[in-house]
Design a protein. Structure first.
Length: 613
C-alpha cells in the first residue's frame, strides 16, 4: 500500500472509532439472535410465509433452509431497471436449485434523472436516495431473512439501497446489476447536437432524433455518469459478483452472473464465510471505493453519496479525504465525458477489472478486505466469461469462468497502466476560500482552463441563466454563479441543462466557469465547474453575498475559490435571500410539499445531504 493512503485510512479509522464501534456492537446483538422463524410467534411465522408453496414453507420453517430477500428497484420507466422485471423468477429458480427459498421483500422507488432533468421533479431526486433507504428498511424489517439481493443500478438508487442495507448490517448482501444499453449515437455527437440546439442552429425535431438515437433500449445510459459510477464503486467494494457491472442485459453472460449472485449470497450466509455487509464495509472498503471513483473520473455526486454511505456504516469521511486521496491515485480510464469512449467500449478495453487490477498492483487499494467473492478483491481484477461444461448425464450446461487480462492496454486511448496513467492524480480538487468549500473535477477540463478569473454574473435559477444566454448577455469572459440550488433551498437538483450554453460560450473562446451550490454530476464536462458550494446560499453561505460584477477566481491549481472583493466590504455585505414567491415555487407542486421536512432538516452537501440524522 502507498504510505499516504495507509495514513489516510488510519486517519478515517481514528476519527470514526466511537461511532464505528457502536455500530458494530449493534450488529453483533442482532447477529446473536436465533433465526427469524425460530424467534417469532406462530402467527408471525404464518403471515410471513403464507404465500409460499407448501413445500417451500416446510423448507424454510421446519428444515431451516436459508430464506433470501429480494429488494428490487424494478420499474419500466428507467431503461436501466426494465430488465429487472424477470429477475425474481430467475433468482427463485436458482435458489431452489440450492435448497433455499426467496421472497421479494419489497420494492423501492426509482426515478429517472434523465426524464426530470431541468424540471420540477428533479428537485425530489437527491431526497429520493433517503426515501429509497427508508423503503429498503421497510422491506427488510420483516426480519425473516438470512441475506438480501439488492436490485438497482441508477443514480440515487444504489446509494439508497446501500444505506438501507447498512442499517440492516447484520445481513449478508449482494448487489445484482443489469448492465448498460448497447451503444447508439455517440455521446460526443449527442452533445454537439445539444450545443447546436442551444444556438438555434437545429430545431427540436433534430434534437429529439439525436436523443432517441442515444437513448434507445434497455440498460444504463452509456456515458460514465452517476449510474455507471455506482457500478464501478460496487465492484471496488466487493459487493458484486466479480465483473458483473457492465455486461449487456440480454447477453447470456448476464443470466449466468445473476444466478451466480444467488450462489454467492448463499455462500456467505453459512457460517464458514459468514460476511454481513456491515462488517464487510469498513473504512478500508470505503477508501477503495473512493480510489476507484478517482481513478476513473467518476461522478461528483459520489462526493455526497459516499459520505452518506460511510456514515451509515459508522464511518466519517469528508471532501478533504477525497482531495488527499486524489493526489495519490492515478487516472487510469477515459470514459465520456472524460474521454470519447462509452461504457461498452470501456468494458471491451478491460473495464472495472483492468482498473482494479492496476490499482491493486500500484498499492492504491486495500487488497486484504473481505468481499462477497471467495476470491477476495483480487478476483475483481479479472473478467467473467461463459464456459461450457458437462453436467450429470452428460447434459451440457454453461458455467462461469474468470480470465486474466493482458498486461498491456487493449486500447490505450481508454485505459492505461498505473505506471503510465493519463494523469498521476485523480483529477479532483477541493476548493476553499471566502466563498466556502467546493469541489471541481478537472479530468476533462483543458489545462489552460484550470484557472478562471472573471466578473461574476449571478442567477438564482437555471431558467434565468438560459434567458441571459439567449439574449447574448453572457458573450464575454464570465464566472456564472447559480445559487439557491442547495439541499435546503430546492433539494439540490442536477444542473445539466447548463452544460450546452456554457460549452457554447467556451467554444467561442471566452473564459468561462460555473460556481454553484447545486450539482452537476458525472455528466459535467469540459467547462470548469466549482460545485456543491457549502454552506449553501440559503443556509447563510457566503455565495449569497456575491453581486453581479464581483471578480471571482476559480483556481483548481491553488485549490481556491474566492471573490476578489475588499475584505472589509465583504464582511459588511448582507446576504441575498429568495423572495417568498421564489421559495414557494420550490415548495409546492408535483409532490414537492411532501419533502418539506427533508428540506428543513437536511445536512450540508459535504455531510452527505443526509436527512436521517
Amino acid at each position: 500500500m502507498k504510505h499516504r493512503i495507509t495514513e489516510l485510512t488510519h486517519r478515517i479509522r481514528e476519527r470514526s472509532a466511537p461511532q464505528r464501534s457502536a455500530y458494530l456492537a449493534r450488529l453483533q446483538r442482532l447477529m446473536d439472535r436465533p433465526p427469524g422463524a425460530q424467534r417469532m410467534g406462530c402467527a408471525n411465522v404464518a403471515h410471513a410465509f403464507a404465500a409460499l408453496p407448501g413445500d417451500q414453507r416446510l423448507r424454510v420453517v421446519a428444515e431451516r433452509a436459508p430464506n433470501l430477500a429480494v429488494v428490487t428497484a424494478y420499474n419500466d420507466m428507467l431503461s436501466a431497471h426494465q430488465p429487472y422485471e424477470g429477475y425474481p423468477a430467475l433468482i427463485r429458480d436458482e435458489a431452489q436449485r440450492h435448497g433455499a427459498t426467496v421472497q421479494v421483500a419489497g420494492g423501492v422507488p426509482a426515478m429517472c434523472d434523465g426524464v426530470t432533468q431541468g424540471l420540477p421533479g428533479m428537485e425530489l431526486s437527491l431526497f429520493s436516495r433517503d426515501s429509497i433507504a427508508q423503503a429498503t428498511a421497510v422491506a427488510l424489517t420483516h426480519d425473516v431473512f438470512d441475506g438480501a439481493l439488492l436490485l438497482g443500478v441508477c443514480d440515487k438508487i444504489v446509494p439508497g439501497l446501500l444505506i438501507g442495507a447498512l442499517h440492516f448490517g447484520h445481513l449478508p448482501c449482494v448487489f445484482v446489476p443489469a448492465g448498460p444499453m448497447g451503444s447508439g449515437l455517440s455521446n460526443g455527437d449527442k452533445s454537439k447536437v445539444r450545443e447546436q440546439f442551444a444556438q438555434g442552429l437545429v430545431g427540436r425535431e433534430q434534437l429529439l432524433a439525436a436523443e432517441q438515437a442515444a437513448y434507445h433500449g434497455p440498460g444504463t445510459c452509456t456515458f460514465y455518469g452517476t449510474a455507471n459510477s455506482n457500478q464501478m464503486l460496487l465492484e471496488a467494494m466487493g459487493l458484486h459478483v466479480p465483473g458483473a457491472a457492465f455486461v449487456h442485459p440480454h447477453a447470456g453472460l448476464r443470466e449466468a452472473l445473476t444466478r451466480e449472485a444467488v450462489a454467492t449470497l448463499l455462500g456467505i450466509t453459512r457460517r464458514a464465510r459468514y460476511t454481513p455487509i456491515g462488517q464487510l464495509v469498513d473504512e478500508r472498503v470505503i477508501v477503495n471505493a473512493m480510489a476507484a471513483l478517482l481513478a476513473t473520473g467518476g461522478s461528483t455526486n459520489h462526493l455526497i453519496h459516499w459520505v452518506a454511505v460511510a456514515r451509515a456504516a459508522g464511518i466519517t469521511i469528508d471532501w478533504s479525504d477525497f482531495a488527499d486521496l486524489s493526489a495519490e491515485v492515478p487516472l487510469l480510464a477515459r470514459v465520456y465525458p472524460n474521454g470519447s469512449a462509452d461504457v461498452n467500449q470501456f468494458q471491451a478495453a478491460g473495464g472495472p477489472g483492468w482498473v482494479l487490477r492496476e490499482l491493486l498492483q500500484a498499492g492504491c487499494l486495500h487488497g486484504d478486505v473481505a468481499t462477497v467473492s471467495a476470491g477476495g478483491l483480487a478476483a475483481y481484477g479479472q473478467v467473467p466469461r461463459l464456459a461450457t461444461g458437462a453436467a450429470a448425464g452428460n447434459a451440457p450446461h454453461r458455467t462461469l469462468d474468470w480470465e486474466t487480462l493482458p498486461a498491456d492496454p487493449i486500447d490505450a486511448s481508454i485505459v492505461r497502466t498505473a505506471v503510465a496513467p493519463f494523469s498521476p492524480s485523480g483529477g479532483l480538487r477541493l476548493l476553499t476560500g471566502n466563498l466556502g468549500r467546493s469541489v471541481i473535477k478537472i479530468s476533462a477540463v483543458p489545462d489552460d482552463r484550470h484557472v478562471i478569473e472573471a466578473p461574476a454574473r449571478v442567477f438564482s435559477s437555471q431558467e434565468a441563466l438560459h434567458r441571459a444566454f439567449q439574449a447574448g448577455e453572457l458573450d464575454r469572459d464570465v464566472v456564472v454563479v447559480v445559487r439557491f440550488q442547495g439541499p435546503q433551498a430546492n433539494g439540490m437538483p442536477e444542473l445539466h441543462k447548463l452544460t450546452p450554453p456554457l460549452a457554447v460560450l467556451q467554444g467561442k473562446g471566452f473564459r468561462v466557469a460555473l460556481v454553484t451550490d447545486g450539482r452537476m454530476s458525472g455528466a459535467s464536462g469540459r467547462v470548469p465547474a466549482a460545485i456543491h458550494v457549502s454552506p449553501e446560499a440559503l443556509a447563510g453561505g457566503p455565495l449569497a453575498k456575491l453581486r453581479d460584477g464581483d471578480v471571482v477566481r476559480v483556481d483548481a491549481e491553488a485549490g481556491t475559490l474566492a471573490a476578489l472583493v475588499d475584505a472589509a466590504e465583504w464582511a459588511a455585505r448582507e446576504h441575498a435571500t429568495l423572495s417568498p414567491e421564489q421559495a414557494e415555487e420550490h415548495a409546492f407542486g408535483l409532490g414537492r410539499e411532501l419533502f418539506g421536512g427533508m428540506r428543513r432538516t437536511v445536512h450540508s452537501a459535504e455531510e452527505g445531504a443526509i436527512t436521517w440524522l
